[in-house]
Structure formats: C-alpha cells, structure tokens
Design a protein around this ligand. Structure first.
Ligand SMILES: [Zn+2]
Length: 302
C-alpha cells in the first residue's frame, strides 16, 4: 500500500461541469492526480448492484481504491439489543455494496452516549463489534472495518475509545477524523505535538502497522461547546485544523494512510491541496537525506 488521497463524494465543481452520475467520478478524480474515493451511505444504502459494479469498474480502471461510509444512524452504543442488531445488518449491507465496488474499507460511527454513561456505551459497542467479527467479517473476509473518531462530545468516539474498539479484532483499523478530534476538543489540534499525541495513542494501543495504514478523514469543522457543528472548506481558516503538522508527521513516521477529504463542496480540490503539501514535504525530506549521503565527514549532529 502507498499513501492515498481522495474525496468523500463528489465536489460541487464536478456537477457544475455538467457531470451527473458517480460512475463519471473516478475518471474525473483520477485526472486530478488523486487515488482514493469514498462513497457515502450516510443517509442510507440505496445503490443498486449494477450501478455499484459500474462505479467499481471505473474506479479500478483509473487506479482508485474505494471505501464506503456506513449509515449515520448506526448506534452500537445503544442499550437496546435490537438497535445494535440493526447496526450489524447495516454494516453487512455496506460490506456487500463495498464488495460490488471492489473496495476494501467500511467506515462507521460507533454510536451515541447521550443517555448512558460512556463506560456502558463502550461496553455495548465492544460487544457489538465482537459479534460483527464473527458474522460480517466471516462472510466478507477481505474487508476492513474502520470505526471513526467523532466530533460531538456526547458521541462515542474519542481517540482512546476508537483504539479500544479496534483492539477487538486485528481486522479493525481506526478512522481518525482530525476535524472531529479538533472540534470535540475545542480546537485541540494546533501544534505538531498535538497531532503526535493522537498518533502515539494509536501506535501504543494498536501497533505501528495499524497506525501506518489507518484511515483518515480530514476537513475543517466549525464547533461549539458541544463539539462539531458543520463542515467547512479549506477557504475557512477560523476553526482549523490545519494539515501541515500532520503531513510532517506522516513523512517522518513513513505512514501510508488513506486520507479522505470531507470538505463541504470542495472535497476533491482540498484533497489535492493536502496531497501537494505532503509531496512538497516528502521532496524536502528526500533532499535532506541526499545531502546526508554526500557528506564525507559525519558530524553526528543530524
Ligand atoms: Zn464519518
């Protein structure tokens, strides 16, 4: 695997240019130099098998890896067993659609702890993920399930909670939504060290390999005291977070995540911006390494 950048869904500019269907999106995305595409079932799984297979074939033709976002109404933290069971079925249907796309990752929101303690919410979700391992993952052995860090304070999904969920099974990878982490923490991500703390938490809990191949969502998000309010674009710089410090760490730690941009309307354009930032830093880093190799006297100061 190599690092990949891409959009969640289709940019406003895609439609403004006269395109109407997602089957036209993979070529459009690839022409921007991007290599990933996330398809959202946030509001429901309505795609037909035929359409999904057409989109998947286009994605394969243009070198995009595909992921899907499972419905937002999944709630594995719920004390209601039927509600959790329904969530497992939504993941199963998301996995089925993912298999039509020929994709590899299902992203989902763990659930709400609005009415119960965080501890009880986490226990419910851990039990649901155990069951998910034995059912859906058994039926779709090639897929990876990616619980996401959440932006609202009353949602299950701190970085620590997502690490705990991923420890249920090696086939779970964290989706780190840095916009969510920042919103929930009232602007917690500013310095490189702030980002490093997030990456350290994942590495300590899940190991380097899973940190290396994690799933990432990145967008600027407005927040209130309750956390996430709405997604913004890279034009909006009031709330953050900013990609540069994370990109520095990705280069330093040689990480190869799939980075999906969820900007409002400019997801492909902002994904391109992130890729450019990463490539610039990588080139600078490569330049430094080459200088080092040319040295005849090693000062030991590097
Ligand atoms: Zn999400």
């Amino acid at each position: 695997m190599a690092i990949r950048f891409g959009p969640s869904g289709n940019s406003d500019s895609f439609y403004a240019q006269g395109y109407k269907k997602s089957v036209q999106a993979p070529k459009w995305i690839a022409e921007k130099g991007l290599t990933a595409y996330e398809y959202s079932f946030g509001k429901g799984i309505t795609i037909s098998e035929g359409t999904a297979r057409e989109i998947g074939a286009e994605a394969a033709r243009h070198g995009l890896s595909m992921s899907v976002h499972a419905p937002y109404y999944i709630n594995f933290a719920s004390p209601d067993a039927q509600r959790r069971q329904a969530g497992i079925e939504y993941i199963r249907r998301s996995a089925q659609a993912l298999s039509w796309f020929g994709g590899s990752r299902v992203v989902f929101h763990p659930g709400s702890c609005a009415k119960i303690s965080r501890q009880a919410a986490l226990a419910n979700a851990l039990a649901a993920l155990e069951e998910l391992s034995q059912t859906v993952l058994a039926d779709y052995p090639g897929i990876t399930i990616c619980p996401e860090t959440m932006g609202k304070v009353n949602q299950l999904g701190t970085v620590e909670e997502v690490v705990a969920l991923c420890r249920v099974d090696e086939r779970y990878l964290p989706t780190v939504d840095f916009g969510h982490v920042n919103a929930r923490g009232q602007g917690a991500l500013k310095t490189k060290e702030d980002y490093r703390a997030v990456l350290d938490c994942i590495e300590n809990g899940l190991g380097y390999e899973r940190l290396k191949s994690m799933h990432v969502h990145f967008s600027r998000i407005e927040y209130t005291a309750a956390g996430e309010k709405r997604h913004l674009t890279f034009e909006d710089s009031q709330y953050g977070p900013f990609f540069e410090p994370l990109a520095e760490l990705i280069v330093e730690k040689k990480l190869e995540p799939v980075i999906i941009c969820e900007s409002k309307g400019t997801m492909a354009e902002d994904a391109v911006t992130m890729q450019q930032i990463y490539q610039r830093l990588l080139a600078e880093q490569g330049g430094e390494d080459n200088e080092g190799q040319d040295e005849t006297i090693n000062t030991g100061l590097r």
